[in-house]
Ligand binder design. Sequence first.
Ligand SMILES: [Mn+2]
Length: 314
Amino acid sequence: MNPILEAIKKADSILIVGHVRPDGDCLGSAFALREYCIMQGKVVDVGSPSPLPEAYSFVKHSEVFNRITRRKYDLFIAVDCGALDRIGRFEGFYNSAKETVWIDHHRGHNGFGKYNIVDSEASSACELVFDLLECEKVINKKIATYLYMGLSSDTGHFMHNNTTPKVLLTAYKLALYGADTYGLATELYRSRSKQKTELIAKCINAMRFYNDDKVSLICITREILAEVGLESNDTEGIIDYAIAVKGVEIGVSICEEKSNEYKVSFRSRTRNVGDIASIFGGGGHMYAAGCRIFGKKEDVIDKILKAIRDTEAE
Ligand SMILES: [Mn+2]
């Protein structure tokens, strides 16, 4: 038996943790595993260092997210976390658990669990969870819908370069298992709030172009967020508007999470933005990466543009 399934079998209580600012992949893989653990008769909680984003309130059982019922768990499972600090304040549970599991698809680490599934070739943590659970013959409509959510969101609804034949085969299998593909497409891509639409309008309006229009940059300041009544964790997907411009090679979004503290996201068509993010202590993938940069807005932008220039020749 797979050692991770074995560890689940042995544990009475399980905590499944996703990263800060949870996204569709992190939530999908966490809730799918939760469902499997419930089937095995386990006490299982799911959470992340951040609250559930409003955009994901449609997710089945989302009301239990971050409902932490124990001070200690037998088994700690991290999903979609590219570094140890992505579990934030849950580190105490990680340290006190008898066994630890790490399931992730980000580059640059081998996992921080006793048992690890880390594969940077995988499109999503959900793809890895699918591989783990498929042979168990437990994938039902609910689990399939969770996993399809991560597969869809981490591949930009099957448009990013990580949409491999295996991703499409997995999507096909999940559809056969009953995943609500149409319902998810509607919830994920056709349910934008009025405020978010206003935010996108402002971001596009203020988009800047550099390096002969090969670099586009969106700056989400605290003023812009306040104007539309949103928080920095409501900005998922904004970056896509930067890279959706013809001729742009690198799209960047910077979001002022705290005063003089910017969360920076990169998207690329050709260049390795993971290398650029790592200059600032961040990480990610070839075509999608992120980091955090401190300073005033214009200084942060200058640093990013310099890093893009410096890595160009390589
Ligand atoms: Mn992911």
